[in-house]
Design a binder for this molecule. Structure first.
Ligand code: ASP
Length: 300
């Protein structure tokens, strides 16, 4: 028997991880726990970067990305740029059982979801619409960058039977081009898990995270024998430097890493909050702040 554990990006994952911890405590599966936790974030209108209430694209439409990976079978399922789907993570989980056609985008994904009976919903909340109208004006009048305002919920779960799962869900960049897809549903970039080794998930500027396939790289380093602590921050530092050299600037990058025994670490180049829950230890929210070259983590 293993001790269960979960780690999730951003403090928005707290309530979901709290609920899902009870599932793991009772011997439930990592898959059920991760899906439940992410659905909780998707359903909450207060989180403006995931599910209902997520910020829209430049046409004012909410397009969502999500993915699910089973660390036992290595099965992956993902959807990208889907509209009007209440819980993209559940569609992604369903797709992870498919041998073919496991990553669907746009209308094809919506068609699959509706044939399978997944709940439909207009995902644009009145508040998100107000934000959109406000930002549209600001961009024109003040020449502001359209893309500020994004975050992904990424959660890694380990259950008592040693099974591991990772899931992600996001509305991507605020004011993105219709059809834009970031790292979150892309295997190896936004997420990766192999329960014989461990898992990882990223959040930040998808266009930059994808250039390093960072989640896969983290798991690959774990397989070589490095611990999450030896991997997470060095990987973000190293890759941010590489991007600075090659393109002048690195976007926001944060990564969560957990090994098959529930040992965890994070790496980041921006202020980053995250949630950890482990058997016998309970749940905690942490804040990582960047001070020059050093990242300090404290419990909040
Ligand atoms: N990685 C996401 C994307 O680029 C956004 C985020 O996690 O902040 O779509």
């Amino acid at each position: 028997m293993k001790k269960w554990a979960m780690i999730g990006t951003w403090k928005m994952s707290y309530d979901g991880i709290d609920k899902a911890s009870a599932v793991l405590e009772e011997g439930g599966s990592a898959g059920d726990a991760v899906e439940l936790a992410i659905r909780q974030v998707e359903d909450c209108p207060d989180f403006t970067s995931v599910g209902f209430g997520g910020l829209p694209n430049e046409l004012g439409e909410v397009e969502l990305d999500a993915a699910y990976m089973n660390g036992k079978t290595l099965g992956i399922g993902a959807v990208a740029a889907v509209k009007d789907c209440k819980n993209p993570i559940s569609i992604a989980r369903d797709l992870s059982n498919e041998k073919f056609n496991c990553f669907l985008v746009g209308e094809g994904a919506e068609r699959f979801a509706s044939l399978k009976g997944f709940e439909k919903k207009n995902m644009l909340s009145p508040e998100a619409n107000d934000q959109y109208e406000k930002r549209k004006k600001e961009i024109i009048e003040e020449n502001l960058s359209p893309y500020d305002g994004h975050d992904t919920v990424g959660i890694i779960g380990l259950d008592k039977n040693g099974h591991m799962v990772v899931g992600t869900s996001t509305s991507g960049l605020f004011m993105k081009k219709p059809g834009r897809v970031g790292d979150s549903p892309i295997i190896g970039s936004g997420f990766y898990v192999d329960e014989k080794i461990g898992g990882a998930s990223c959040t930040g500027l998808g266009e930059d995270i994808m250039k390093g396939c960072l989640s896969y790289e983290a798991v690959r380093r774990m397989e070589e024998g490095l611990s999450p602590k030896e991997i997470a921050q060095p990987l973000v530092d190293e890759f941010s430097k590489k991007l600075e050299k090659r393109q002048g600037k690195a976007g926001a990058i944060s990564i969560i890493v957990m090994d098959k025994n529930g040992n965890w670490a994070i790496g980041t180049n921006v202020e980053f909050s995250f949630v950890v829950a482990r058997e016998l230890e309970g749940i905690g929210t942490y804040l990582a702040s960047v001070d020059g070259n050093r990242v300090k983590i404290h419990k909040i």
